[in-house]
Ligand binder design. Structure first.
Ligand SMILES: Cc1cc2nc3c(=O)[nH]c(=O)nc-3n(C[C@H](O)[C@H](O)[C@H](O)COP(=O)(O)OP(=O)(O)OC[C@H]3O[C@@H](n4cnc5c(N)ncnc54)[C@H](O)[C@@H]3O)c2cc1C
Length: 580
């Protein structure tokens, strides 16, 4: 299929979410040749657990998971390291493993990107790219037709989460609880304001996962080399030009080299893209010296400025009939009916659902104002909320309608009962950044990852109050309070600040939105790539993936990553006018 030493116009290293968008867009010119190098499985369409939405949480720790060892918290008074931290290892990358929700984020946060990328990287300029990848479907005509604007022609079919009839009582109870807390409802989180409870849009259509693989299929000018790891970028130490990449076959260990006559695009994601830069001599001088890697460019921010959303998930046992557990998790007639409904290409019923139909974006100012540390921090910030001064939500709250194993990973799935899993996701943390460094110079070794959650006490306070808000909503709010049977599998110490602090540190996990480790910047002191996503200090190389994000979006980030892929592809096209 490919031969050692072969030349292509473009080589995309990492066939993940953004990488495939770039490859697919560049290959729109049939005369352009593109090589995509992907470490994982090349045909995720043939893997039922990847394509069946309700199976998504089973992929954690599977063959398709990079399963990183990760430091979650590293404080003087508390430290915790966990494994596995999930990232997709298959064509499509994390878009082949994620939990589907399609959310753009707030204008206020994107406008903060200007400080790093200039005026082209602001909400108004980015909106067309946030909407370019997808085609929105509302086959039943349930929502405002104007929502077609959020995806009107891209290869990725998206749609509102299917409203499972089994969950009608759950939805109504949640709606009543939310409004009884005086919180707003919204069905338009797509124009820059994102406060309220909303029916969410998913990268699922007709019971199947939509992933970035859809960008590269049916294009004979794209060559996909799967189960192949990158080893090193070819960087000329004198000219500092990047001309290709050396790879290692995952099964045989055979090494090959491929050349890009135009550009190399690095899209290995937030942990592996900085790793490959460092292995290739581009990174912080001291870090490279530790591993005897010859320095090509001293780029101090490579692997730095890593941000993620800390989440604390909790579970409530609800009355029977108000969770999907019997339909999907417990053996019995209801599960059999779900399997039958999905079988033979029908893809119908609960197995075709991501089991997250409603998401809440609250501000919880009144809860935070009760804490003196918060009040002092706000005063010191000129009277502005230190988390969300631009009016963004403090939290994304996900209400998953069963026991969600990926959000309660220290406990086995219970064999009986119905549950609601709640993910309390702090979307504008103020803690300092984490980092990605090298464990060794072996390209097959995992990098060393520190998410650095809760470095700042204010984040602990905010999370504590976000949990209290969520408990008030579900256990005291109209409707839902009548569904709750018990806490499970552990009781939240709501009335004790000290015990809550411990619960936050003990129970926090990644919300799966790491970004920033090669951030966008105006110069090499500020970050790793310039506003055209070119790597500072070399030529012929761009980074296009979640690692370039300079300010974490205030929600889940796949929509932002597709946007970066689309904008990155246009930037490349603009630089090769003879081809595009
Ligand atoms: C479990 C999970 C749930 C999530 N849920 C949601 C959600 O509901 N909504 C949402 O908006 N976002 C969600 N996200 C986040 C979102 O999916 C990711 O932020 C996004 O897909 C990242 O895209 P990327 O292009 O940066 O990296 P990836 O898509 O991860 O792509 C990187 C690619 O590079 C390949 N690669 C890595 N190293 C090498 C190497 N050395 N050699 C060759 N190839 C390599 C990988 O195998 C992968 O294919 C979730 C993520 C996860 C993991």
């Amino acid at each position: 299929m490919v031969s050692n030493g072969q030349h292509f116009d473009f080589v995309v290293v990492g066939g993940g979410t953004a990488g495939n968008v770039v490859a697919g867009r560049l290959a729109e010119n049939p005369k352009v040749s593109v090589l995509v190098i992907e470490a994982g499985e090349g045909n995720p369409e043939n893997v039922p657990d990847i394509m069946t939405p309700a199976k998504a949480m089973d992929l954690r720790g599977s063959d398709y998971d990079w399963a990183y060892k990760t430091t979650m918290v590293k404080r003087d008074d508390y430290e915790r390291i966990e494994k596995p931290n999930t990232r997709g290892k298959a064509l499509g990358g994390s878009s082949s493993l994620n939990y589907f929700t399609w959310i753009p984020g707030s204008k206020g946060t994107f406008d903060l990107w200007e400080k790093f990328g200039g005026s082209e990287w602001t909400w108004d300029k980015l909106v067309p790219y946030l909407r370019k990848s997808a085609t929105y479907h509302d086959d039943e005509g349930l929502y405002d037709p104007s929502l077609k604007k959020i995806g009107a022609g891209g290869p990725l079919p998206i749609a509102h989460a299917e409203l499972l009839p089994e969950m009608e009582g759950f939805r109504k109870a949640l709606h009543d609880a939310w409004t009884s807390m005086g919180q707003p409802l919204t069905e338009n989180i797509y124009d820059g304001e994102m406060i309220g409870l909303t029916h969410c849009v998913d990268s699922i259509y007709k019971g199947r996962r939509s992933n970035s693989v859809l960008f590269v299929r049916g294009k004979p000018n794209i060559t996909i080399l799967a189960r192949t790891h990158s080893k090193q970028l070819l960087v000329d130490p004198k000219t500092k030009h990047v001309s290709g990449v050396t790879t290692i076959d995952a099964e045989t260990g055979k090494e090959q080299t491929f050349y890009a006559d135009r550009e190399v695009i690095l899209s290995q994601g937030v942990f592996e893209s900085p790793k490959l830069l460092m292995l290739s001599g581009i990174g912080p001088k001291a870090e490279l010296a530790k591993h005897n890697i010859p320095l090509v460019v001293d780029s101090p921010n490579v692997g730095q400025q890593l941000f993620d959303h800390p989440a604390v998930p909790f579970v409530l046992r609800v009355k029977d009939g108000f969770g999907m557990d019997d339909h999907l998790l417990h053996d019995g007639p209801l599960k059999q009916a779900s399997i039958k409904a999905y079988a033979n290409g029908a893809h119908a019923g609960p197995l075709g659902s991501g089991n997250l139909e409603v998401v809440g974006f609250p501000r919880i100012d009144s809860y935070l104002e009760k804490d003196p540390t918060y009040v002092a921090a706000k005063k010191a910030n000129g009277g502005l909320d230190p988390f969300c001064a631009q009016g963004q939500p403090h939290f994304e709250l996900d209400f998953v309608s069963l026991f969600g194993s990926a959000f309660q990973w220290h406990y086995p799935t219970p064999k009986v009962g119905n549950y609601t899993s709640v993910v309390v996701d702090l979307v504008r943390p103020v803690s300092g950044p984490g980092e990605v460094t090298l464990n060794s110079s072996n390209p097959l070794d995992q990098p060393n990852i520190n998410l650095n959650f809760f470095e700042n006490e204010l984040d602990i306070i905010a999370m504590r109050e976000g949990i209290r808000f969520s408990y008030d909503l579900l256990t005291k709010g109209d409707g839902f309070k009548d569904l709750v049977v018990a806490e499970f599998p552990w009781d939240m110490p709501l009335d004790d600040d000290k015990a809550m602090r411990h619960a936050v540190l003990d129970r926090c996990q990644t919300a799966f939105h790491p970004c920033g480790s090669n951030r966008l910047s105006k110069n090499i002191q500020q970050g790793v790539v310039d506003p055209e996503l070119k790597v500072h200090g070399v030529t012929g190389l761009r980074v296009i993936d979640a690692s370039i994000i300079p300010e974490i979006p205030d929600c889940r980030i796949q929509n932002s990553v597709y946007m970066i892929g689309e904008k990155g592809a246009d930037l490349i096209k603009a630089a090769h006018k003879d081809l595009f």
